[in-house]
Design a binder for this molecule. Structure first.
Ligand SMILES: [Zn+2]
Length: 149
C-alpha cells in the first residue's frame, strides 16, 4: 500500500519521470536512494527515502524495518569503498519533511571535525563530483538486489 499526500514533496519521487542528480543509486519497491543536492552535500552524501508515505520508524512494516537495516549495511559498505569515508554518519530527523527519509554523510579520515561538529559544518559539492560519487557508490553497492529500471 502506498499512501500519498498531495502536499508531500517526497511522495511523487517514486513515480516521477527522470532521475535525481547523479541518478538513482538504488531503488526497489520500498526505498529510493540518491545523492544529496550539490549545494548542501559533500561528495558521497546519500539520502534514503521510503516509497510509502509515513513519518516515523514506529510506523514501518516488518518488511520495511528489516530491509532498512540491510540497506544501511550495504550503503555503509559501498560508501566507505566508493568514497574517502572513514565513517558514515546517519541522520534522520523528519522535522521539515514528514515523509520517512534518512541522510548518510561520509566523513573522511582526513577531515578535521568529528561527530556533530562535522555534521554542522557547511557542505557542498561540484556537480561533476556528485556524478562521480553517485557512480562510485552505485558500483560498490551489493547486498540488496541491484538497481532495477
Ligand atoms: Zn510523502
Amino acid at each position: 500500500m502506498t499512501d500519498t499526500t498531495s502536499s508531500c514533496p517526497y511522495c511523487p519521487l517514486s513515480t516521477a519521470a527522470g532521475e535525481p542528480p547523479g541518478g538513482w543509486v538504488y531503488r526497489d519497491d520500498l526505498w529510493l536512494v540518491h545523492h544529496g543536492p550539490a549545494e548542501s552535500s559533500r561528495p558521497g552524501t546519500m539520502k534514503i527515502v521510503s516509497t510509502r508515505h509515513y513519518t516515523d520508524f514506529a510506523e514501518m512494516t516488518l518488511e520495511e524495518t528489516v530491509s532498512f537495516g540491510s540497506l544501511l549495511r550495504a550503503l555503509d559498505a559501498a560508501m566507505r569503498a566508493g568514497t574517502d569515508a572513514e565513517r558514515v554518519h546517519l541522520v534522520s530527523t523528519r522535522d521539515r519533511v514528514q515523509h520517512f527519509h534518512a541522510w548518510l554523510y561520509p566523513r573522511p579520515a582526513s577531515h578535521a571535525l568529528r561527530g556533530t561538529d562535522f555534521l554542522n559544518a557547511p557542505q557542498r559539492s561540484e556537480a561533476a563530483d556528485v556524478d562521480l560519487a553517485a557512480e562510485a557508490v552505485r558500483r560498490h553497492l551489493s547486498g540488496p538486489a541491484p538497481v532495477s529500471g
